[in-house]
Design a protein around this ligand. Structure first.
Ligand code: NAD
Length: 353
């Protein structure tokens, strides 16, 4: 099998590529623009493998996408390339419309042109898999779960752009019979997570002795999934999912943000105690809430469990411990990123931290 992975140098995409190269015989092509969020180092562990290749390209460039598709001849397109940070979408929504909406439209157009040229047998087995988020469903109250039938109600520019791209993918399935799949997953965490997202941000700030900024009173609830569990779910969906179907993916691990940060502090207290003997919890500071901050997300992942036999392997505690260990052992990956971000902020280029 040949898998074409857009956004394969990002956090989840690179985890998928490392997983496929290590655990299958598939050939993988990474198609990635290498924006601030894409790092080739995340692919270094598999970069020497002849089954892994990289095309440096933009998903908004339809000619380049189609040329890469015709050259590689994939069986599956897994589309992860996106602008993915909610805070950045609030500060600058235009890039999210461009990449997530126009970029997905361009991907669909190129994939359809490629698919129409395939022999009928290959056309029947081809899949276009769009990787999306549970944030498209909006916000839950204290109870209830998002199912695949929950109406869309996105609240941030990020989630609105992902909702729009989901609708485009669904329309290409209905209108043109393109064999599409959509997955909506909860918050991921794990190695190579860009240190602007909550868990890695808290780890690097804790180690730097800085304030750990928690929005509001930290009451917002998210479901958390270890990234390696997500990529096993993605593989199950593109290998065995029914075309036209959508699958929710979740970790069954709802936590308030403040609980996540306190657990993280306790883990760091054990693994890398502060020199003054005090807990990292003393570094927590509450900051003004994010505008339009959704209260609670929670996933009903019954369909993917019952139809495809997928369940997460890691609990939140084991996944978090592995993540903290990874950041402690891989400062060479994240320190240059943090330094570059600080330099950008000093030059006024980035206010998303
Ligand atoms: P990320 O920001 O870490 O990586 C995005 C990747 O896309 C980067 O490698 C970047 O270089 C690439 N990219 C961006 N714009 C591009 C363009 N125009 N052309 C080509 N490549 C481009 O994102 P992530 O956290 O790995 O998320 C991957 C996908 O999964 C996204 O679609 C996101 O919406 C979705 N998702 C993420 C989460 C999460 O918790 N991180 C949860 C559910 C779904």
């Amino acid at each position: 099998m040949r898998i074409f992975v857009t956004g394969g140098a990002g956090f989840i995409g690179s985890a998928l590529v490392r997983h496929l190269i290590r655990n299958t015989g598939y050939e993988v092509l990474v198609y990635d623009a290498l924006t601030y969020a894409g790092t080739l180092n995340a692919l270094a562990p598999v970069a020497d493998n002849l089954r892994c290749r990289l095309v440096h390209g933009d998903i908004r460039d339809g000619t380049a996408v189609l040329a890469a598709l015709r050259d590689f001849r994939p069986d599956i397109v897994t589309h992860l390339a996106a602008e993915s940070h909610v805070d950045r979408s609030i500060d600058g929504p235009g890039a999210f419309i461009d990449t997530n909406v126009v970029g997905t439209f361009t991907m669909l157009s190129a994939a359809r042109a490629y698919w129409l040229d395939l022999a009928p047998a290959d056309r029947a087995t081809f899949r276009f898999h769009h990787v999306s988020t549970d944030e498209v469903f909006g916000s839950l109250g204290p109870t209830g779960l998002f199912t695949e039938n929950t109406p869309y109600d996105p609240r941030s520019p990020y989630s609105a752009s992902k909702a729009a791209s989901d609708h485009l993918v669904s329309a290409w399935g209905h209108t043109y019979d393109l064999p599409v799949l959509i997955t909506n997953c909860s918050n991921n965490y794990g190695p190579y997570h860009f240190p602007e997202k909550m868990i890695p941000l808290m780890i690097v700030k804790a180690l730097a002795g800085e304030t750990l900024p928690v929005y509001g009173r930290g009451e917002n609830v998210r479901d958390w999934l270890f990234v390696d569990d997500h990529v096993r779910a993605l593989q199950a969906v593109f290998e065995r999912g029914k075309p036209g179907r959508r699958y929710n993916i979740g970790g069954n691990a709802e936590r308030r943000n403040i609980d996540v940060v306190e657990t993280l502090c306790a883990t760091l207290d054990r693994l890398r105690p502060r020199q003054d003997g005090r807990s990292y919890v003393t570094q927590i500071g509450f900051v003004a809430d994010r505008p339009g901050h959704d209260l609670r997300y929670a996933i009903d992942a019954t369909r993917i469990r019952d139809e495809l036999g997928w369940t997460p392997r890691e609990s939140f505690e084991t996944g978090l411990e592995m993540t903290v260990c990874w950041y402690l052992g891989n400062e060479a990956w994240w320190r240059p990123i943090v330094a570059a971000q600080a330099a950008d902020i000093r030059r006024g280029l980035n206010n998303a931290m």
